[in-house]
Design a binder for this molecule. Structure first.
Ligand code: HEC
Length: 114
């Protein structure tokens, strides 16, 4: 019995780590991010870069690089609705949302592999 109790703190720690990575994996990031600016470059850096990388190159297998051929509509939908590993950003909306979507669709993010 003594042996088991010795491992309890360790097991609790592991459970916490496993739990929060599952949460991050499926819940994905922070959809409650509120932009304090309309500058799309700043918003991208604050809310998107952690998964999509500085130039949209993505991160490992979990976060694929941006599709080169996505258009403004795709980007808009993605930000509004999210997907199974990306949160929907409900506070990015209106003009800020339009500008961000255009920025990502137009910008060099599409050229990350060239
Ligand atoms: C928690 C990680 C995470 C964050 C934060 C995140 N995304 Fe994503 N995003 C993903 C994943 C994962 C995918 C790909 C899902 C799939 O189709 O498998 C994706 C897909 C996309 C796509 C579609 C890409 C394509 O090739 O069609 C766009 C556009 C996009 N994200 C924009 C954004 C923007 C803009 C932000 C910031 C406001 C953002 N993402 C923040 C994880 C994230």
């Amino acid at each position: 019995m003594r042996k088991l109790t010795k491992w309890l703190p360790f097991m609790a720690l592991m459970a916490t780590i496993a739990g929060s990575s599952l949460y991050l994996f499926f819940g994905g990031g922070n959809g409650y991010y509120k932009p304090a600016t309309a500058d799309p470059a700043v918003i991208y850096r604050q809310a998107c870069v952690e998964c999509h990388g500085k130039r949209g190159e993505g991160k490992g297998v979990l976060y694929p690089a941006f599709d080169k051929y996505m258009d403004e509509e795709d980007v808009l939908r993605e930000i509004r609705e999210g997907n199974w590993r990306m949160p929907a950003f409900r506070y990015i909306r209106g003009d800020t949302l339009m500008i961000l979507a255009r920025f990502i669709a137009d910008h060099g993010y599409l050229k990350h592999k060239e």
